[in-house]
Each structure stands twice: as C-alpha cells, then as structure tokens.
Design a protein around this ligand. Structure first.
Ligand code: 13P
Ligand code: SF4
Length: 304
C-alpha cells in the first residue's frame, strides 16, 4: 500500500472524526489502516461505544448493519456495498417464520451472520466467540432453533448437549475444509496445534486440536507457549496473527480459504469512502432496528 494513501486516510479520518473498524478477514492493508481490528463480537462492542461521527466499516453488510443498529446516531459506511455474506443470505424471513410457526414454544438463537430482519425475528443473537455460553444460559427445558449456520449449530449442540433445530445454512468458505486437508497439514507440521473455526464441518473440526472463533484464535496464540500453529479459517487472519506475534509461525491450512466478500475492500476504497466518493451509508427502517436490537442487546448484556 502506498504511504500517500495511509497519510491521506489519517488526515481525513481526523478531519471528519471518523473511525475505521476492520474484521480480521480483511486484506492486510485494510487491517493496517484500521483503528480497531477484531472479530464479529469485538466489532459489535466497538461499534456500540464509539463516539466518532462516522464509522467506516471494513467487513460485510451484516456487520455494518449491526453497527448501525447498535449506534444509530452515527453514520455507518460500508466501503464496498456489494460485500455481503452468502451464509446470511441463506435464510429469509418467510423461512424463519414458518419454522417458528412449526415450533412455537422454542427459542430462536441467531448467529450474528444474519440480516437485520432475521435478528428482529430472533430471541437472542450470538457470535462464534460467545455461542456456547449463550446456549448454556438459555432455559434448559427449552429447545433452541439455531439459524443460519448448521455447522456452528452442530458444534454448540455437541458441546452443550442442548436440544437444537438447525437451519441448513453454511459458510461456503469454511465448508470447503475437508478432513484430508487437516491430515496433510498435520503431517507437514506435526508439532503445530491446529486451530479451526466452528463454521467448519464437524468431520474436519473433530480432527483438529481447538475449535475457536477468530478472536479466540488470537487470544490462544498470544497466550500459548507453542511457537507454530496451523490456522484453519479465512486467510486474512494470518496477517492479524503474524502482526501480533512476530516471533511465532502461522501456517494457513489452505491458501484457497479466501472470502471474496471480505476481500472487496482495499485501502484505496477506504480513502474513497472517507472522501465520500465510494461506499454506501447503511440505513434501516427504525422499527426494524428496534426489533433487531433486542436480540443484540441480550447478547451484549449477557457477554458483559
Ligand atoms: P468471527 O469473527 O466471529 O470468528 O466470525 C467469522 C466470520 O466468518 C465472519 O464472517
Ligand atoms: Fe460469510 Fe463465510 Fe465470508 Fe464470513 S467468511 S463473510 S461467514 S461467507
């Protein structure tokens, strides 16, 4: 990235009282100009408490929507309006409403990777970092409808023993992780623990050493006495981990684990968004925001 862009971003950010939030799957150059880099949970917390006038949200649409819902008085800009999340788009309100009608006595827990409309129909939201604790906190005798990620849902069910009904959605990036990839990586780096994201299918996850959210992987790597790690998630996290732990080695499970939506933003595009020549301001219907906020507030309240 050229230093002119970095300088221009810095100046404009100050002049406009803007903050740049970036997910750990963003390109390295975007992470490097961000004020805060984190996982979905950390980004939600950061977005809810910032007093900046403008939030440049470097992530995908559901994340920028979440920032807008949690802090409606700030201007939230998504630099690449086309950056969505295929998993979030795998469920719609008519599908969830039908499922709720079939199981009226169950609680709906939605993964944060969902649209505002789905959050509005849900009882509580979660991210991959707090999903287990939130599932455990729900009344024991109540079954949980979990949407939209069946793989994260399966992980929660295995770990908590809760009775659950899943929506059949998945992350197309993590769904590519196959057992042979884990076996090959293990042979290549026999001393490195394998950290995998719970969005990955169970048959691969069970071959790994730890199933962790991206934030969980960062904490684990920082505290661990190990010096090398195999990282089974989207490639962007390697940049985050390597920067935070220069003395340690991080091997991506596969160079193919790249989310094109997460890679739709560049440093140049962040600058253009700050200048007002690119990006979309995220706005949602007020009532929708209020409804969606209940499930997010319950998550934030719980995770305090
Ligand atoms: P986390 O940042 O919560 O681990 O989520 C991963 C993800 O796929 C975001 O799109
Ligand atoms: Fe969605 Fe998967 Fe991309 Fe995350 S990595 S934004 S879950 S498609």
């Amino acid at each position: 990235m050229n230093s002119k862009t970095t300088e221009a971003v810095k100046e404009l950010k100050k002049a406009k009282n803007a903050v740049i939030l970036a997910h750990t799957y963003q390109p390295g150059e975007v992470q490097d100009i961000a004020d805060y880099v984190g996982d979905s949970y950390g980004l939600s917390v950061e977005a809810s408490r910032t007093d900046a006038d403008i939030i440049i949200f470097c992530g995908v649409r559901f994340m920028a929507e979440t920032a807008h819902i949690l802090n409606p008085n700030r201007k939230v800009i998504l630099p690449a309006p086309a950056a969505g999340c295929p998993m979030a788009d795998m469920i719609d309100t008519s599908g969830l409403s039908a499922l709720k009608a079939q199981h009226p006595d169950k609680l709906v827990m939605c993964y944060v990777n969902s649209t505002a409309q789905i959050k509005a129909l849900s009882d509580i939201c979660c991210t991959s970092s707090n999903a287990l604790a939130i599932a455990k906190s729900l009344p024991e005798d109540t079954e949980i409808i979990f949407v939209p990620d069946r793989h994260l849902g399966t992980f929660i069910q295995e770990q908590t023993g809760r009775k659950m009904i899943f929506w059949d959605g998945c992350c197309p990036i993590h769904a590519q992780i196959e057992p042979f990839m884990i076996e090959q990586a293990r042979k290549k780096h026999p001393n490195a623990p394998i950290l995998i994201h719970p969005e990955a299918p169970a048959e691969s996850r069970i071959l790994c050493d730890y199933a962790l959210s991206t934030g969980g992987m960062c904490d684990f790597a920082a505290k661990s006495n190990e010096n090398e790690f195999i990282i089974a998630t989207e490639l962007g996290l390697i940049h985050t981990l390597q920067k935070a732990n220069p003395g340690k080695k991080f091997y991506p499970l596969s160079d193919k684990l790249v989310c094109p939506d997460m890679k739709a933003i560049s440093a140049e595009l962040v600058l253009a968004a700050l200048e007002g020549s690119a990006g979309e301001e995220i706005t949602l219907d007020k009532n929708l925001c209020l409804q969606a906020r209940r499930s997010l507030d319950r998550m934030l309240e719980f995770s305090k």
